[in-house]
Ligand binder design. Structure first.
Ligand SMILES: O=P(O)(O)OC[C@H]1O[C@H](O[C@H]2O[C@H](CO)[C@@H](O)[C@H](O)[C@H]2O)[C@H](O)[C@@H](O)[C@@H]1O
Length: 280
């Protein structure tokens, strides 16, 4: 991790870079706030992590940016004061509770750039569920504007057959594209919209378009989070933090090893913010 030092060990450098700027926090869900588990429906978040995220949201505007469908990730996180960007950022909603960080109407849906794809996603969900059924352990998750075909519980010898099956269904749908995550094949509309666009959209919604006084921090563990890390690099603002135990090619600047370190980082940020409020 030489090139991507620990965000905990380098905490003072992070603070120095953020000095005098408004922090905006972006958090991926699976593998970042909750540990990776075999059953996607059991990827719950601990009470301690919820408490840490709640603390962060009291101090900084905070968004969850996930590949999951928005309702599902909300049901895991259960914090009404956050922004939620589900379906890899293709479904963005503001806080449902009144929040001091937004002037928008509570709970307003802010952006759904792939609305036109809803019927086709439903159709492909049914087709993939049927065509992957003979492969033991394969499951298809409907994430509203995108789909996930999970193979964590599939025997390794069957992975190739599963991918071929998925690709053969997708041949009929040239407007959809396939990307790969952590033991998951992700199918989504071929529109130019990803977690990076969601990050930019949220910064604009919060009134930070073209501002030099904002410091976005994006924490994520998966390949789709790289789109957000790239946006931060291009903007030359804020930092990306990759959650990984092993060194990886990434556009993030820092790393954290696992969700427990994410929690520690969030708590340190809150303590620092409380102390600086007392000093001011
Ligand atoms: O953007 P994210 O919030 O990280 O979502 C990416 C995918 O996360 C989930 O799958 C991953 O986590 C599961 C639970 O730990 C694990 O079983 C699976 O193998 C991982 O790929 C989610 O279920 C997918 O729909 C998301 O696309």
């Amino acid at each position: 991790m030489e090139k991507h030092p620990s965000a905990l060990a380098a905490f003072e450098s992070v603070l120095a870079a953020a000095k005098g700027k408004k922090i905006v926090m972006f958090l991926d869900y699976d593998g970042t706030l909750s540990p990776i588990v075999r059953d996607p429906d059991s990827a719950v978040m601990s009470e301690e992590m919820r408490d840490a995220v709640r603390g962060v949201a009291e101090h900084f505007p905070t968004a969850i940016v996930s590949g999951r469908c928005r309702d599902k990730v909300f049901n895991f996180v259960k914090l009404a004061e956050l922004y939620y960007a589900g379906s890899h950022g293709m479904d963005i909603k503001g806080p449902t509770a009144q929040s001091k960080h937004t002037k928008a109407k509570a709970g307003a849906v802010l952006c759904q750039p792939a609305r036109a794809f809803l019927p086709v996603i439903e159709e492909v969900y049914r087709a993939l569920t049927a065509s992957t059924a003979p492969i033991p352990g394969a499951t298809v998750e409907n994430n509203k504007f995108c789909l996930s075909v999970h193979f964590r519980c599939v025997q390794e010898e069957k992975w190739r057959a599963l991918e071929e099956q998925v690709r053969s269904v997708l041949k009929e749908y040239p407007d959809l594209r396939l990307t790969k995550g952590r033991k998951v094949l992700e199918i989504r509309p071929s529109i130019k919209w990803d977690k990076g666009n969601a990050l930019q959209f949220l910064l604009e919604s919060l009134g930070f378009a073209g501002s030099n006084s904002v410091f976005p921090i994006y924490i994520g563990d998966d390949s789709t989070d790289e789109d957000a890390f790239k946006v931060l690099r291009n903007l030359g603002q804020g930092i990306g933090i990759l959650v990984s135990k092993i060194p990886k090619e990434t556009r993030a600047s820092y790393s954290l090893r696992e969700p427990s370190e994410v929690e520690e980082f969030l708590r340190k940020l809150v303590s620092w913010s409380k102390e600086s409020r007392q000093r001011d």
